[in-house]
Design a binder for this molecule. Structure first.
Ligand code: IMP
Ligand code: MG
Length: 197
């Protein structure tokens, strides 16, 4: 087999000029805390079939890892909403782009979100889901930017509280890029013309 050329770190992480990333939470730490969260959820619902609702697209890796750690009867569905525009700042508006495929009435539902920021997305989702009469409705978030909260919502299961920095990787994007980084990284943007010291 022909040998693959080693990739430069820059190419490997898909970096564009003016952007740099530094690891905030390693993949190993993520896996450890996802395992811990799954144990907490199973402690609360030992033999209950669980219906996970992933909020696209940021939650895909988190949902995939959490579902496998949970064991027992697990099903999942996906919802797509948008709150962020192209940049790193929220527009404050939440719009539904894709609804669930199946009813959640009478089910034990865990909403699986990548990150809790202002909380506006989660507030919108919880209001919507409560009307649909699930048996239980809980929230699992991987990351929580506690100091950014505007809406009065909280997660039942949290992976990591994080500082107010824009993060990418493990599903999280900047302009649809960096979702495939295995670690959660802080994204630094360098203004045009500025040099990184
Ligand atoms: P919220 O409605 O302000 O809580 O924002 C929730 C959504 O904004 C998340 O599901 C993410 O898609 C996005 N978001 C918030 N902070 C970040 C970040 O640091 N990096 C990438 N996406 C983020
Ligand atoms: Mg999201």
């Amino acid at each position: 087999m022909p040998k693959e050329k080693p990739r430069s770190p820059k190419r490997k992480s898909g970096l564009r000029s003016g952007e740099s990333v530094r690891i905030l939470i390693s993949h190993a730490e993520i896996r450890k805390n996802v395992k811990r969260m799954a144990a907490e959820i199973r402690r609360d619902f030992p033999s209950e079939p669980l219906h996970l609702i992933g909020v696209l697209k940021g939650s895909i890796f988190f949902l995939a890892d959490l579902a496998r750690e949970l064991g027992g009867e697990v099903s999942f569905d996906f919802m797509a909403v948008s709150s962020y525009g192209k940049g790193t700042d929220s527009t404050g508006e939440v719009k539904m782009n894709k609804d669930l495929d199946v009813s959640i009435e009478g089910r034990s539902v865990i909403v699986v979100e990548d990150i809790l920021d202002t909380g506006l997305t989660l507030k919108y989702l919880l209001r919507l889901f409560e009307e649909r009469k699930p048996k239980h409705l809980r929230v699992a978030v991987l990351l929580d930017k506690v100091e950014r909260r505007i809406a009065d919502v909280r997660a039942d299961y949290t992976g990591f509280p994080i500082p107010n920095e824009f993060v990418v990787g493990y599903g999280l994007d900047f302009d649809e890029r960096y979702r495939n980084l295995p670690d959660v990284c802080v994204l630094d943007l360098w203004p045009r013309g500025a040099k990184k010291s």
